[in-house]
Design a protein around this ligand. Structure first.
Ligand SMILES: *Cc1c(COP(=O)(O)O)cnc(C)c1O
Length: 304
């Protein structure tokens, strides 16, 4: 049995009214570790377990690290997660709660990642947070489930960090004969590495991440995500941190579910930027979730 669950798919009255479109929510926020990441991470971990690996290593102090920790516990395989000093206490405690070991190293993800790579031996598998075909294949199950439910849509809205979700959804569309469906790829200002690459016409690295949506904070997207954006149809949208946080708070009232700003960014397209949806009638919105921003944190961001 897969490590992810089949998530609810529901038509959102509040988001449909806000946008003037029919908006369908794929509720991956309800995955046990709190985000869509377990789809790809679970598939990758199962693959490595079958191939005899006896330890999983991650360098994500966010939802990918939480998903690897969850997968390790379910498969009875020990997990080491290397995180930078900037990782939140909340994220570290969620990782430890799954029984994984947390190693804090370095000022930024780059340093934590280097240490993680040094820790890998023949018996351990490194689970990348976004740049791995095994992961994309797992994320593609989002589209399989929607198609199986018999729900049609003429655009997909999703958030982009390193682009693993984008690559996975694109793969899911293709394998269901829906490759012509436009994807609206949403980032926050200060984390818009896909938009920067598309604009420059080449894979571009941001000098720094300045958005609060840390789960979107890859300075450079993976090559596959850039290729998909170039091949199209992909529409890059950038929203502000404020849009993203406001969307989280509104979504909490509307659907009684907490998500991170990384996910609020996508929701903000329906709440605050519905002009980007005028060409479409039925929107599939990937509610990617995220476990690292509790309500008090959302409120503090909103007040600041
Ligand atoms: C990882 C993550 C993203 C971005 O996914 P990528 O595959 O890195 O593009 C968006 N939202 C949440 C909640 C995430 O955990």
């Amino acid at each position: 049995m897969a490590l992810h669950i089949e998530t609810p798919l529901l038509e959102s009255r509040p988001l449909s009214l806000a946008s003037g479109r029919s908006v369908w929510l794929k509720m991956d926020v309800l995955q046990p570790p709190g985000s869509f990441k377990i789809r790809g991470v679970g598939a990758a971990c199962e693959h490595h377990a079958k191939n005899g690996k006896r330890r999983f290593v991650s360098s994500s102090g966010g939802n990918a690290g939480i998903a690897v920790a969850y997968a390790g516990r379910r498969l009875s395989i020990p997990v080491s997660v290397f995180v930078p000093e900037t990782a939140s206490d909340r994220a570290k405690s969620l990782i430890r709660q799954e029984g994984a070991e947390v190693f804090v190293h370095g000022a930024s993800w780059q340093e934590a990642n280097e240490r993680a790579l040094e820790a890998i031996d023949a018996e351990s598998a490194f689970i990348h947070p976004f740049d791995d075909p095994l992961l994309w294949n797992g994320h593609a199950s989002i589209v399989d489930e929607v198609v199986k439910a018999g729900i049609s849509f003429d655009a997909v809205v999703l958030s982009v960090g390193g682009g693993g979700l984008l690559a996975g959804v694109a793969e899911g569309l293709t394998r269901n004969g829906l490759e012509k469906t436009p994807i609206i790829a949403v980032e926050t200002e200060g984390a818009a590495s896909l938009a920067a690459s598309v604009k420059a016409g080449k894979l571009t690295e941001l000098p720094a991440i300045t958005s609060i949506a840390t789960s979107l904070g890859a300075r450079k997207v993976c090559e596959r995500a850039f290729e998909i954006a170039q091949a199209g149809p992909v529409d890059c949208v950038t929203v502000t941190d404020r849009d993203a946080v406001d969307a989280c708070v509104r979504f909490l009232d509307d659907h009684r579910v907490v998500v991170e700003p990384a996910c609020g960014a996508a929701l903000a397209v329906a709440y605050a930027h519905a002009d980007r949806l005028t060409r479409y009638e039925r929107i599939l919105m990937v509610v990617c979730g995220g476990a690292t921003a509790p309500v008090a944190q959302l409120q503090a961001w909103q007040a600041s």
